[in-house]
Design a protein around this ligand. Structure first.
Ligand SMILES: [Zn+2]
Length: 355
């Protein structure tokens, strides 16, 4: 992976983007892709679309959501402590004791506090805490002092650094789904550098908003763009950690390539084309089976307007929705290569009807 690309990944991971507050990451995405796209639009909800061949009648829509989970301040007490709710699904046990950034009038540091273990009653050590048991301490001593820099409605993210582990594994916050946004940018760069796609096929490569609270950005973007086929790239729950039961959850390993979804969430023609593309360019994929509606942007994309022939690729991720997610950069690169190979295979005459 190029140093410049890795720097872009680090920059979008560092930037805050809880659902509804995606603008800092959207700005970085627009700046990075500016020189590769034929056009860039930002819609009313905040979805950013980079376009190849804007005039083409047949369009591919790539969706990588750029929002991350986070928190929102809902009350400040008279002593300057901040009380907060979740944006998206969070595992409270992983939040206690974390350092956070409160993105207010200024971005200020804080910590997530809870009563000390020394004061626990017997029941406290067996009970799982909820967000109601926690608060954010920014060091203020009064409501007035806190309100000078932050307020109700401000977004909060956990402070973590992008860190390399052994081999190609990296850890950080919000890889779900800044990795998908990174892949979007790199697909655009690679397609533009490598001869593009069929001249009568357009590609809209989107950073979508508000996936973590119901794929609301994908819904409006799919309606606007009206694509014939779509690809959703998001993170998949890796099941290669200690005591994971593959019998219960299936199998998805880090470092063995993207998960390729099969079943009711995907179009069989897209699935076949992705398989052929993967074989052609020598990329390993891992089968993902899901019988319920997908908890990704694909759910809204697939059922937009008269239906969109949709495929889903999952980048394996350990510890999803925690401050220390772990992924493998080889999987990220393999997904970039596979999406490029898929886009290059699309011609205007392909019939996606599942006959
Ligand atoms: Zn996601």
């Amino acid at each position: 992976m190029r140093d410049q690309s890795l720097d872009f990944l680090k920059s979008i991971v560092a930037a805050p983007s809880p659902s509804g507050f995606e603008q800092p990451v959207a700005r970085l995405y627009r700046d990075y892709i500016g020189k590769f796209a034929d056009g860039i639009t930002t819609d009313t909800l905040g979805n950013v679309s980079a376009i190849i061949h804007p005039e083409a009648k047949v369009r591919i829509m790539y969706a990588g959501h750029m929002d991350e989970i986070g928190f929102i301040v809902h009350y400040i007490d008279e002593n300057g402590f901040l009380f907060f709710s979740a944006i998206g699904g969070t595992d409270v046990a992983t939040e206690i004791g974390q350092r956070v950034m409160v993105h207010g009038r200024e971005t200020v540091s804080g910590v997530i506090g809870r009563k000390a273990i020394q004061t626990f009653k017997p029941a406290d050590s067996t009970q799982v805490p909820t967000l109601k048991d926690l608060w954010i301490d920014i060091g203020a001593t009064s409501r007035e002092e806190a309100e000078a820099v932050v307020g109700v409605g401000d977004a909060v993210t956990v402070q973590t650094d992008f860190t390399h582990l052994r081999g190609s594994q990296v850890t950080g916050r919000g890889f779900d789904n800044k990795a998908g946004l990174f892949i979007a940018a790199e697909v655009l760069r690679t397609l533009t550098a490598g001869g593009g796609v069929h001249p009568d096929v357009g590609v809209n490569i989107l950073g979508t908003v508000q996936e973590e609270i119901g794929s609301r950005g994908a819904q409006t973007a799919a309606f606007n763009i009206a694509p014939r086929t779509g690809l959703v790239v998001d993170m998949g729950v890796a099941t290669d950690y200690p005591r994971a039961r593959n019998e219960d959850a299936g199998r998805l390993d880090l470092g063995r390539g993207p998960g390729l979804w099969q079943g009711p969430n995907t179009n069989p023609v897209v699935w076949r084309l992705l398989r052929e593309a993967a074989d052609d360019v020598g990329i390993a994929t891992q089968p993902v089976a899901e019988g319920k509606a997908s908890p990704t942007d694909a759910r809204l994309l697939q059922t937009s307007r008269g239906g969109v022939a949709t495929g889903i690729l999952s980048v394996p991720l350990r510890y999803m929705h925690t401050p220390s997610e772990v992924m493998c950069l080889d999987d990220v690169q393999a997904t970039i290569d596979l999406v490029c190979a898929y886009c290059r295979r699309i011609t205007p005459d392909i019939d996606f009807t599942p006959w």
